[in-house]
Design a protein around this ligand. Structure first.
Ligand SMILES: [Fe+2]
Length: 241
């Protein structure tokens, strides 16, 4: 199996609620490597009144981590950092000019919502980004039952966004409801990729359980699609079948 490509993580030191220092950041990446991840597109939070690291801060933290990995003989790739954009007033301010952090290549961007404050007419709003040449990638869809639990709601999102679940949710982090929904979405082939959303040790612990569940449920080629091939296609702005 090739190394997994992680398109949702908080591994960079000192930028958000992920690791506070470089040593902890290095340990987290080593833990993710033990699970099979090897290529990282970090997505520090972009959230009003909490965290909004600048391009320079993201670049500096990425470079520090790359150097620490090289020093420790770990040949892992830390690619250009994007951001996990909360759909809040900061995002709405940046929205008209698409001035929010995208993934490397500027073809796709990661978005999350406050579960009880889902944007109105979301499919239509997502469609506008598609028309503008940008693919919205929805983080941890298992946190938004009203978006993905009913077939009709899922159909409304079709062609408009790529859907991610957290590996740790498949393992039980976030509670029974999220685990059940995440597993159901994977079993029904209704999500496009799996990512770590790693902040710290609990994500590794539950991520391991999630990976074991995937290994019991899916053929290795399907696991490879969810963790290697589809993340790459999403970064290219495509929605995998
Ligand atoms: Fe996240």
């Amino acid at each position: 199996m090739p190394l997994f490509v992680d398109i949702h993580s908080h591994i960079l030191p000192g930028l958000d609620d992920g690791p506070t220092d470089l040593a902890t950041s290095l340990e987290l990446v080593q833990g993710l490597h033990a699970l099979g991840f090897g290529i990282f597109h970090p997505t520090p939070h972009q959230k009003a009144r909490a965290w909004a690291p600048t391009v320079e801060q993201r670049q500096q933290a990425s470079e520090e981590l790359r150097q620490a990995l090289a020093k420790n003989g770990l040949e892992l790739e830390i690619r250009q950092a994007g951001g996990e954009n909360m759909w809040d007033d900061l995002f709405l301010e940046r929205h008209p000019s698409c001035a929010f952090p995208c993934y490397e290549g500027d073809k796709a961007f990661l978005i999350e919502f406050t579960p009880h404050l889902l944007p109105p007419a979301l499919p239509e709003q997502l469609f506008r980004f598609r028309v503008a040449g940008l693919l919205p990638v929805i983080a941890h869809v298992e946190r938004y039952p009203s978006l993905v639990k009913k077939e009709a709601a899922l159909e409304a999102l079709e062609g408009k966004a790529a859907l991610l679940v957290n590996l740790s949710s498949l393992g039980g982090l976030g509670g029974f409801g999220q685990k059940r929904l995440a597993r159901q979405l994977v079993k029904k082939r209704q999500v496009h990729a799996v990512a770590s959303d790693a902040h710290g040790d609990p994500d590794l612990h539950y991520g391991r359980k999630g990976l074991h569940w995937l290994e019991r449920q899916l053929h290795p080629t399907e696991i490879e699609a969810l963790l290697c091939e589809n993340p790459i296609r999403i970064l290219q702005g495509e929605i995998p079948e």
